[in-house]
Design a protein around this ligand. Sequence first.
Ligand code: MEV
Length: 472
Amino acid sequence: METSLQVKRSLSKSNTKTRSSRLPGFYKLDLAQRLDKLDEWHKLTRDEKWMIKKETLTPELADVMIENAIGVFGMPLGVAVNLQLNNKDYIVPMAIEESSVVAAASNAARLIRENGSMNAHTSEQIMISQIQIVDVADPQRAKKMIEGEKERLMSVANQKDFTIVRLGGGINDIEVEILETKSGPMIIANLIVNCLDAMGANIVNTMAETLGPIIAELVDGEVICQIVSNYSDRRMVKVKFELDNVDCLGRASFDGKRAAERIIKAYHFADASPHRAATHNKGVMNGIDGVLIATGNDWRAVEAGIHTYASKDGKYRPVTHYYFNDEGKFTGEIEVPLAVGIVGGITKIHPGVKTLLEMMNVETSAELAQVVAATGLIQNFAAIWTLATEGIQKGHMTLHAKNVAVFAGAIGEMAIRIADQMAHEGRVRFDRAKELLKHFMMKEKCDDPENKDSHECVDNDFDEIMTDKTNN
Ligand code: MEV
């Protein structure tokens, strides 16, 4: 059973070049049908489907993962479809509570694959951990002493993780700096570690706590912090898309060229204003965090790193850029530090994460980082394309209206019908949703020939309630 599943999966993986994540009408399917579609993409067992749909994490597992556990917190899990990156197709899981985000990512991914291309590059998977040594009598001499012992220290650190060393990673260097601080000069030993497919915080923290006391003794100082830096600026990913022409950007009353120019001006606004840059980057993080959560990665660490990177010039700036390149092609670009893992952490414990990572079909942490960054880029692109053309409230209003309709008791098609009507009226309110629900249910009843002559149907003025009162 297990073997035949593996065979089916490796067959679908071997179709990587032909397997398409372009899934027209995916959003129109119901939840069960979507899971069936995913089954075509990546053979899912019944258990896995159940786990994705119902129970990605049990309270018992939660109890092992954190202290004082009292349950499991649910969040919607969706997939962004249509993404093509470096000529490979991806289905991207996203855990996010905000409406519009998954739809926006899927739409932008479709637009890019149909009108251009998107490519990504990553640096080595280098993490830095820092050892802080204080109260050193002669910092310059101490720095030289640590540098003189580098080889020995690195070999001690590497003994802490044979696996990573055997696979080609491990500590590469120790960079020593003298930092002037409010408490006077300090020695900071930065461990430079290649973490391969692990996020690496655990590995580098262990190395730092091993070397900290040894270095402190060597320079006759006192060790304080021994911890990973979440500013992983040697673990960078860059993603760029180009559109062959801009006609596809035409929207609302703007033709494609005008829309493209307005997107670039919206980006320039963010580049000049930290107030706008924060919201611009929030749009990026809508994409990035959703994937990080669904793949069991530490989104707080990535957030901290990206915002630090956004401020590296002494001013908070957008992490994406839009421009016409030398060939005149509209181009979008993101460059961010991204420390993610596909091994270690909760990737093995959390049953949902394991399946979702397999479904994504990423082979390395670098590849996962590329997909994560691409999702951030297209998310941001979708947001500012909307802002620069029709504004965001129109789309938000429809989705918000659907939530209100569901809250009022409507389900399925009925919720959509009520939402459309409320959005059309510009009157998205719980009482209106209740009123419309009652109306549509009565109408359905009275459309049945058996009921049409009944009192309540004959006396009902169905047109009255549908009057668009906002226009009166
Ligand atoms: C909303 O979650 C995100 C946006 O505000 C991003 C932006 O303004 O660029 C739409």
